[in-house]
Design a protein around this ligand. Sequence first.
Ligand SMILES: NC(=O)c1ccc[n+]([C@@H]2O[C@H](COP(=O)([O-])OP(=O)(O)OC[C@H]3O[C@@H](n4cnc5c(N)ncnc54)[C@H](O)[C@@H]3O)[C@@H](O)[C@H]2O)c1
Length: 245
Amino acid sequence: MLESGLEGRVCLVTGAGNGIGRATAELLAGEGAQLALCDNQEEALASVEVADALKITADLSTRPEVERVLAATRERFGRLDVLIHCAGIYRVTQLPEVSDAEWELVMDVNLRSSFLLSQGAVELMREHGDGRIVLFGSFAARTGGLRASAPYAASKAGVAGLTKHVAQYAGPLGVRVNCLHPGFTVTPMTSILGEQARAEAVERAPLRRHCGPEEQARMAVVLASDLAAFVHGVTLDVNGGMYMA
Ligand SMILES: NC(=O)c1ccc[n+]([C@@H]2O[C@H](COP(=O)([O-])OP(=O)(O)OC[C@H]3O[C@@H](n4cnc5c(N)ncnc54)[C@H](O)[C@@H]3O)[C@@H](O)[C@H]2O)c1
């Protein structure tokens, strides 16, 4: 039997109100983890049915909010073992129409939050010499994406580079750091795409189907688990073969 080693571990999952983050929270609960769940949508977060979870409504694009989330997690559980950072936003704006405001918003929510959370999580994890961080990039980081806007693709490519930097710094401290690059996944995020884009995603993936959030969540949980004990600094494509590295 394969053991995840996640029972009793303190896991912070962001974007837990919807999609991949929500599926990740449910999976971790099944593994017996202690959960801190964060999202900026209070109602969505409240609707997640996981016993004894700490639920924190916060906008993770700013330093004070990230510090508040990490402090609340530490106050409740006394430590942090795992960070799975799923929160993010997607835009499909064509290049000529991308405003400075949109650029800044997408970069702040997707990339700055990844930096701030990694920076803070490593400080907590180094206290006990063990930790696992999973960040979320995207197929868009590899290819420019399926209808993805410039700031989205750039922010996700930034997450991939950030992953490698944090992995180099934090590995000697006992903290493993990896990044997942999902392909098209059926979640609230992709509901803004029309039928044509969805059909195109199926056509481009050799497995000829979409995946659901739980398939991405499973890989995030594996990366955070003891099953991936020697996996470090990796960007893992989970896209049905849409992009092959
Ligand atoms: N769904 C896909 O096809 C796909 C493909 C590639 C990458 N991804 C990435 O996977 C991750 C999860 O995506 P998803 O499809 O589950 O998205 P989703 O929209 O279904 O869920 C994302 C969650 O993040 C939360 N969030 C957004 N901004 C936030 C903020 N500033 N602070 C706190 N929470 C915030 C939202 O409220 C939402 O609950 C994202 O990083 C996304 O970019 C998704």
